[in-house]
Design a protein around this ligand. Structure first.
Ligand SMILES: [Zn+2]
Length: 299
């Protein structure tokens, strides 16, 4: 199983920052510790070149990102202070998702320890997202061989950036299941949006997913699926507002992988959000995604 990761993923933040950056080194550490993956399955991506970023993002935004020219207001909207290291990190994570596409076409599945930066729009970032890794990878794939692609976004927050980027592109179908009363408060229009009520429990969550995903996959027949496996759906999450248990979250991942595997579909996974107060809860939920992927795809 290819796992895209580089030590730059765990970017230092100011003391007390609310983003759990530590998870990015704890996840591969745990996966190695328990023997789910070996060192040689860890893929260290290079830096995504400008011409590929520019298939998705505007040149003005990329220029300002690379030259530390974001305004204070733009940085506040993103939630991280700008720095050359932060931009460099995003470019490595993005390349990890791109590399994972080829690996998934060849081997069934590939995982990125970070990514799933679905709040990044073509011309601006927000909600801890600077560059939209799924959008960049999808546009990169479509450049050489246009096929039907599907984004399954199960982070608790709507994939507003992804929805907007592909709003006029039927070749990339965007499906987002998210808290209807959660950030972003202005929703964009995905190809399929399923807003969830606050307090949504395992049964309601999994029932809706089971009623939707298999039919969607058999109708669209995508060549590859991008899966955003955010664990901010957990009842312990500080921002999520849902009541999905750890076991329910694990069953979600298993159901997604089983559905895609049975349909013979390659899958590229990025982690997305997770804001439970105890970082061990976040890491356990993300590691469950890797465990399910490995078991079901048999890689
Ligand atoms: Zn989220």
């Amino acid at each position: 199983m290819q796992v895209a990761y580089d030590p730059v993923y765990a970017h230092p933040l100011p003391e007390g920052h609310r983003f759990p950056m530590l998870k990015y080194e704890l996840i591969p550490g745990q996966l190695l510790y328990e023997g789910l993956i070996s060192e040689k399955e860890i893929h260290r991506p290079g830096s995504c070149p400008d011409d590929i970023i520019l298939l998705t993002h505007t040149s003005d935004y990329l220029h300002r990102l690379k030259n530390q020219e974001l305004s204070p207001q733009e940085q506040r909207r993103i939630g991280f202070p700008q720095s050359p290291e932060l931009t460099a990190r995003e470019l490595v994570i993005t390349q990890g998702t791109i590399d994972n596409c080829q690996h998934a076409y060849n081997n069934g599945i590939a995982m990125n320890v970070a990514g799933g930066t679905h709040h990044a729009f073509a011309d601006h970032g927000e909600g801890f997202c600077l560059l939209n890794d799924f959008a960049i990878a999808a546009n990169y794939l479509q450049q050489t061989n246009k096929t039907q692609l599907l984004v399954v976004d199960l982070d608790v927050h709507q994939g507003n950036g992804t929805a907007k980027i592909f709003e006029n592109d039927p070749s990339v179908f965007t499906f987002s299941m998210h808290g209807g009363h959660n950030y972003p408060f202005h929703k964009e229009r995905s190809d399929l949006d399923l807003p969830l009520a606050d307090g949504c429990t395992d049964d309601a969550y999994l029932g809706l997913l089971m009623d939707t995903l298999p039919a969607l996959v058999s109708r669209l027949k995508p060549s590859l699926v991008f899966y955003l496996s955010g664990v901010d759906i957990l009842l312990t999450d500080k921002f999520g507002k849902l009541k999905v248990s750890m076991e329910g979250c694990r069953q979600r991942d298993e159901f997604v992988f089983r559905t895609l595997f049975n349909a013979g579909l390659p899958c590229v996974v990025s982690m997305g959000g997770g804001y439970s107060p105890d970082v061990r809860t976040i890491v356990e939920a993300h590691c469950n995604t890797f465990r399910a992927a490995k078991e079901i795809y048999g890689v």
